[in-house]
Design a binder for this molecule. Structure first.
Ligand SMILES: C#C[C@@H]1N[C@@H](C)[C@@H](O)[C@H]1O
Length: 437
């Protein structure tokens, strides 16, 4: 192996209680909220179809002009308790909040910059209100933090000159201070999800990314850190130069998922995917007609797909500038929540089953309970199940309801009958199995 000072701190998965909770949570929600919610994708009368939280970049708005938006930041309809109830009803076990996105506006009253909620008409500590409300509902809070800060004069995309080095060193100190501030002010935070770490300036400072992981873990024992923070001695990201995952879980699956047959390697480590409901909108965009908007069943399939491969899924919400959610997002939360209420036992605490993927849907597993989550009903009216050698299917039943017929068709092959009544939505069959000792 290549000797590294700033490669993976640990080989293999973490199995402490905090990581197990991260894993068992399985379903999370992203909250992308910042100044970008005010223009909602439109600048000087032009609507930009790109991601709304990148509008400053698409419209080439100078930072000074962009930060003028702070004068309009006053989410009068914001009610943290309502937000937390919506998350609870959706069945999410954790929420990832953008403490600061690339624009550099902080949802908490940081004392290291003027670009914070304290210097807006709203004034109050939005992040603190959210952390309390979600925690009061038993929902874990994770912090999204963008290292790249378009509004900070010392941010550099690359470090080429002595001036760049001096500036970027100041920037890293500023960032350290903000992270220590977040860990001190909000000690119930369970995870830091870093973004904006793809530029040469960070890749050339792998030591700093290693320092941040160690610093936060020292301040908050048990906290989880995503792989996207990390670069090693040679600028390798997520996986170090020896192929070992850095951080505690892979966070490369943004708006995409591993192939359920070809990419089974991901079941060897923890990972978390995140997804948008439109094709690519994280922050609030006023016009969702510009791209395809996933239906609740399509969102649900991505959630189940992730869990079936041992991963978590985070579904994104982009609140409006007034602090309310658009109706499509409220409907989505309700719809997913209704399904999770009936079927959540095939998600929470579940993992990769290790059985051969079938066209009707996905397997998930918790201990000796194997779940079939059916999205595609075959004309044959039965669902093929192929078990690993030495494993038998003893019984099958719709979740908490009547059993369905199981017929052995060949060694380690079964036909599981479809339910008599067409369920009209993705449904779950729980298998009772017998494994060779
Ligand atoms: C690119 C990029 C960022 N990463 C996603 C999680 C959003 O925050 C998007 O703006």
């Amino acid at each position: 192996e290549i000797p590294l000072n700033y490669g993976a701190d640990r080989l293999g998965k973490r199995y402490d209680a905090d990581m197990q909770k991260f894993r068992d949570n399985r379903l999370g929600a992203f909250i992308h909220w910042g100044l970008y919610a005010i223009p909602g994708g439109e600048w000087n009368g032009k609507v930009y179809p790109g991601a709304a939280e990148w509008l400053k970049s698409w419209a080439k708005v100078p930072s000074g002009e962009w930060l003028e938006l702070m004068k309009q930041w006053n989410p009068t309809k914001f009610d943290a308790r309502k937000w937390a109830k919506m998350a609870k009803e959706m069945g999410v076990r954790y929420v990832k909040i953008t403490t600061k996105h690339h624009e550099g506006f902080c949802l908490w009253p940081s004392k290291y910059t003027e670009n914070t909620v304290a210097n807006t008409p709203y004034k109050k500590d939005l992040l603190g209100e959210m952390v309390k409300a979600y925690n009061d509902e038993g929902i874990d809070v994770h912090f999204y933090f963008s290292v790249m800060d378009w509004s900070h004069p010392d941010w550099r995309y690359d470090v080429k000159t002595p001036e760049d080095s001096a500036a970027f060193s100041r920037f890293l100190t500023f960032t350290d201070n903000q992270l220590k501030e977040l860990a001190t002010l909000y000690p119930t935070v369970k995870d830091f999800w870093f973004d904006g770490t793809w530029d040469a300036s960070i890749k050339k400072n792998g030591w700093w990314t290693s320092h941040v992981e160690r610093m936060l873990k020292e301040m908050l024992p048990g906290v989880t850190i995503n792989s996207r923070l990390r670069a090693d001695d040679y600028g390798k990201r997520h996986f170090d130069s020896n192929g070992h995952l850095m951080g505690d879980y892979e966070s490369g699956y943004e708006r995409r998922l591993p192939d359920p047959v070809k990419d089974l390697k991901v079941t060897r480590w923890d990972w978390e995917a995140c997804m948008t409901v439109p094709e690519n909108q994280w922050g609030y965009h006023k016009d969702w007609s510009l791209s395809y908007v996933k239906t609740p069943v399509e969102v649900l399939e991505r959630i189940v797909h992730a869990v079936s491969m041992g991963g978590n899924m985070v579904v994104n919400f982009g609140p409006q500038a007034d602090g309310d959610f658009r109706s499509e997002e409220k409907e989505l939360a309700k719809s997913i929540g209704a399904w999770m209420k009936k079927n959540g036992q095939c998600i929470y605490g579940c993992d990769y089953a290790g059985w051969e993927k079938q066209p009707w849907g996905y397997y998930t597993r918790k201990g000796s309970d194997v779940y079939m989550v059916v999205f595609n009903c075959p004309y044959s009216k039965h669902l093929t199940v192929k078990t690993p050698k030495g494993t038998q299917v003893v019984k099958a039943a719709l979740l908490n309801r009547k059993s369905v017929k199981v017929v052995e068709t060949a060694r380690n092959e079964y036909n599981v009958d479809m339910p008599a009544q067409e369920p009209g939505e993705p449904f779950v069959i729980k298998l009772q199995i017998k494994e060779a000792a």
